[in-house]
Design a protein around this ligand. Structure first.
Ligand code: HEC
Length: 135
């Protein structure tokens, strides 16, 4: 190896190290693809959609997110990662498309729901989660 290559190698090594550190943190930004953000919910937020969403939420989400979405479900204490508060402004200000994508893909320790729940079930859950806003 010649001397000219050393700085390049060092810079590359440093970049790799920083990337590794960034991705090993839990709280890195959870970026959603731009075109997904504007995807709209095919279900009107009516009573039957909300009721269906509530049922699925109770089965799949309540153990971590809690009854009112505060992030205090019975399993929450067992996790190293803070469970998101679904009633917060930070959450409620996101579009349905963003929430749909996050629920579908999951992020450790939250399981991905796209294999266990149908698209319809996930959209209904979003209508239900919107009712946490005022609670
Ligand atoms: C095993 C526990 C667990 C289960 C089950 C779970 N979640 Fe989560 N959820 C989490 C954790 C932890 C986070 C925070 C993840 C992060 O920020 O990296 C999260 C984050 C989220 C977010 C994103 C919040 C934000 O900050 O943008 C949404 C939306 C969400 N969950 C909805 C759901 C729904 C809907 C279900 C049921 C289908 C569900 N979760 C099931 C633990 C869970």
């Amino acid at each position: 190896m010649n001397n000219k290559m050393m700085p390049k190698l060092l810079i590359t090594g440093f970049a790799v190290l920083l990337t590794t550190i960034a991705f090993s943190q839990h709280r890195t930004p959870w970026n959603v693809p731009e075109d997904i953000k504007t995807k709209s919910n095919p279900y009107t937020s009516d009573q039957s959609s909300i009721a269906r969403g509530k049922n699925t939420y109770k089965l799949e989400c309540v153990r971590c997110h809690g009854k009112l979405g505060k992030g205090n479900g019975t399993s929450a204490d067992l996790l190293d990662t803070q469970v998101a508060d679904l009633s917060s402004d930070k959450l409620q200000s996101q579009t349905d498309g963003e929430l749909f994508w996050k629920i579908s893909e999951g992020r450790k320790p939250m399981p991905l729901a796209k294999r266990t729940l149908t698209d319809d079930q996930r959209w209904d859950i979003i209508n239900y989660i919107r009712t946490f806003k005022s609670k």
